[in-house]
Design a protein around this ligand. Structure first.
Ligand SMILES: [Zn+2]
Ligand SMILES: [Zn+2]
Length: 370
């Protein structure tokens, strides 16, 4: 146990000291690839850019059970205007737990099938999972497990969530174009600002199914530059959330048709664009049950939390959605994390990485003999 804790801390320290943002995880990838090779994995580098895939083959037939870690950091603007990378979402801890679990699986040996280690770039911009699948990294995988460190409000040190229900998210932007005019002659123009105001009110009146979690908000409204000109342009942005992928599809269509219809009522042209999407979680219940067993063995009944939902997005959810044959589960590690994820001052109890690593190690052993 002592050795595992020390190894986790050493790996974390190394990765924490070299934070790299989405698709630029070059040193991070080289470090993970070298460590996996040393542990006995066949390693493929530069998968989907900076991704790394490690394979441990038992030589015997059986399933392919995989662990996924994300690799990218977040960028924060400094007072001097420069950008500083910080592992404020705990992806350094995720990498440490997955790598050390991988090393221990290789050392212990696996009874059958293969273990696959998926080191995915660019989670923070929602593109890494899709890129890894496009590169074929998940084609032969049967079971895939992910894990995220959780804020204190969701799990304490010594507690683990077997099923983190991430929420679907869609970001939509809209450009409205009317007709500029001198403000003394408003009847000669078509105000994109007035149309935009009506759009905001109409969007605020859209309601999601109260039995499901969800929301639609206007998050951007820019219009007008000069006090005596009727503005011809307005730029709007919307953030949509839903716990259901089906509901999100409907919501997305309603937002886009509402923007167009309201703008048209004012004689204003509207262009809408989907700027980003992330699906809601759809896990395999047999793997979630397996996670419950592994957690119970590690932290006892008291540390096994119920499934918990969060309004945050996570690009892991693309995996089961794009590959319906792939079975997945996603755990949330309690580690007294404060003040919050995506806060540059984020800190957590490092000893809890031992629990996270042990659970991943056991999960793979259990999944291989399912
Ligand atoms: Zn994040
Ligand atoms: Zn994250």
């Amino acid at each position: 146990m002592e050795d595992v804790a020390q190894r986790l801390q050493a790996v974390w320290q190394k990765l924490h000291a070299m934070p790299e943002p989405a698709f630029r995880e070059v040193k991070t990838a080289a470090y993970l690839a070298a460590a996996l090779k040393k542990a006995g994995y066949q390693v493929t580098e530069q998968v989907a850019g900076t991704g790394v895939v490690g394979v441990l083959d038992s030589g015997k037939p059986g399933p392919v059970a995989a662990l996924r870690t994300d690799m990218d950091c977040l960028l924060f603007k400094q007072p001097d205007g420069s950008m500083r990378g910080v592992h404020a979402c705990g992806h350094d801890a995720h990498m440490a737990m997955v790598l050390v679990a991988a090393e221990r699986l290789a050392a212990a040996g696996i009874p059958c099938g293969k273990v696959k280690i998926i080191c995915q770039p660019a989670e923070e911009i929602g593109q890494g999972a899709l890129a890894m699948m496009k590169a074929g990294a998940l084609d032969d995988v049967d079971y895939l497990f992910g894990q995220h460190v959780m804020p204190l409000s969701m799990a304490k040190s010594g507690e683990i969530i077997p099923c983190v229900q991430w929420t679907a998210c869609t970001l939509i932007s809209a450009s409205l174009t009317g007709q500029a005019a001198h403000a003394s002659q408003p009847h000669l123009g078509i105000s994109a600002l007035d149309a935009g105001t009506a759009v905001v009110n109409a969007i605020n009146a859209l309601h999601t199914d109260p039995l499901l979690g969800g929301s639609v908000k206007t998050t951007k409204f820019l219009s007008g530059t000069t006090l005596n000109i009727i503005p011809a342009k307005a730029e709007l942005g919307f953030d949509l959330r839903s716990t259901s992928n089906k509901e999100m599809e409907k919501l997305r269509a309603r937002v886009m048709s509402t923007v167009k219809a309201v703008a048209a009522a004012y004689g204003v042209q509207a262009e809408t664009r989907i700027e980003g999407t992330c699906p809601a979680s759809e896990y395999d219940q047999s793997l979630v049950e397996l996670a419950r067993t592994a957690i119970r063995e590690e932290v006892g009944e008291a540390g096994l939390l119920p499934a918990k939902a969060t309004t945050v997005g996570e690009d892991f959810n693309f995996y089961p959605l794009q590959l319906p044959r792939l079975k997945t589960a996603f755990l949330g590690l309690g580690c007294d994390l404060g003040p919050g994820l995506h806060d540059p001052e984020m800190h957590f109890q490092h000893e809890d990485m031992v629990h996270g690593c042990n659970v991943l190690f056991r999960l793979i052993q259990k999944a291989l003999v399912l």
